[in-house]
Design a protein around this ligand. Sequence first.
Ligand code: EPZ
Length: 427
Amino acid sequence: MDSILIRGGKPLSGTIAISGAKNAVLTLMPCALLTDRPLTLENLPRLADVDGFMHLLNQHGASTTLEGAGNGGFGRSMSIRAGRIASTTAPYDFVRKMRASILVLGPLLARAGEATVSMPGGCAIGNRPIDLHLKAMEALGAEIELAQGYVTARAPDGGLVGGDISFAQVSVGATENAVMAAVLARGETRIENAAREPEIADLCNCLVAMGAEIEGIGTDNLTICGQDRLGGATYRVMPDRIEAGSYACAAAITGGELQLEGARASDMPSILAGLREVGLAIEETDGGIHVASDGPLRPVTLSTAPFPGFPTDMQAQFMAMLTRAEGTSLLTETIFENRYMHVPELARMGADIEVRGRTAVVKGVDHLVGAQVMATDLRASMSLVLAGLAADGETQVLRVYHLDRGYERLEEKLGAAGADIERVSEG
Ligand code: EPZ
């Protein structure tokens, strides 16, 4: 298992190219199952989860072709063609490794009339149920059966029928499955209380390029007029707002400055507002966003919330940054029940954090001390890297396969901006 070695204390400076968004790609790739024509996705990040999803699509019968290494190895493109569906089952072995596999449910049901997906089970940050996904499929006429840890959804003989879906709770994945099922359902589908994350708009825009009819894109009320079939398209994946926010925290915690090339400020209003409140100088530029330290970090009080609120995927990274603020910050995690796995590891580096129920009380300390720490989940592992960049001495982050799921070439990008960082391959 690889690890990342960091010798901290160096202010970052320079440009970091922001890659295509992991959480957009993972809902764009299954769109290819909705048509027998090729879907080409550009600006594809080089991530373990993208490779995993590619293999999942292959076992459903889709062919996938990776093209071009893009500029300096960034910005690949992938053509996916599901001429026919060879299997409507997403096996446990795929789903247990990557929860996003559940996003084949809607497309398979819409295209092939049936889908059997392993129940995802829990993960490090929570038990991650899929009840909202299943209720949405039922609203489109599907019958649901649970057996041996798998859920099977079957469409009526004539295929899915448009209907009204009203989510009791905002869910990114359930909204994505509902949209991908509705675009081929007969008639009109209205979705209320839809998630508004920018990745949902990216999904809708890609489906429209494939011939779908969707109104209300970017809002929490979507109206979809189902089509008999969709065509192919070529679509460019949006930039990763969480990667951009994570590197902004790196500039903050090291007292440096970074040009986040390709970042889109309109995708990250609450992240930028939080960074400004902490004291960073934020400037939107032609090609992206420039972030720079501008004096000591100030404490803040933040709660995670669905978009346009402060994203749960930035909570761990902000916590790492706030361990160096001058004062006490309060971070409240409202989305997942167990997203504080990074706290004990940060504490081993000298951070002063107390978790009281859903709220973490983060008291700023004068300095952090490098240590050997363990990554537990994707964003927690990034928070440990951030702390290592600021810590005195050497930090070794173990189990970096968590990082490889969501951060493309992290050590290359940070190294090019002045960090003393290297990947150590263990055996
Ligand atoms: C997506 O997960 C993201 N993953 C997550 O990013 C992100 O943290 C999350 O949205 C929230 O923004 C991808 O896009 C691949 P949800 P998802 O359904 O869709 C509960 C990362 O680090 N819920 O919006 O699984 C659920 O338990 C990852 O990049 C139900 O109760 O999140 C959670 O408490 C981590 N029933 C809340 O809703 C359901 O059927 C929000 O989950 C579905 C969800």
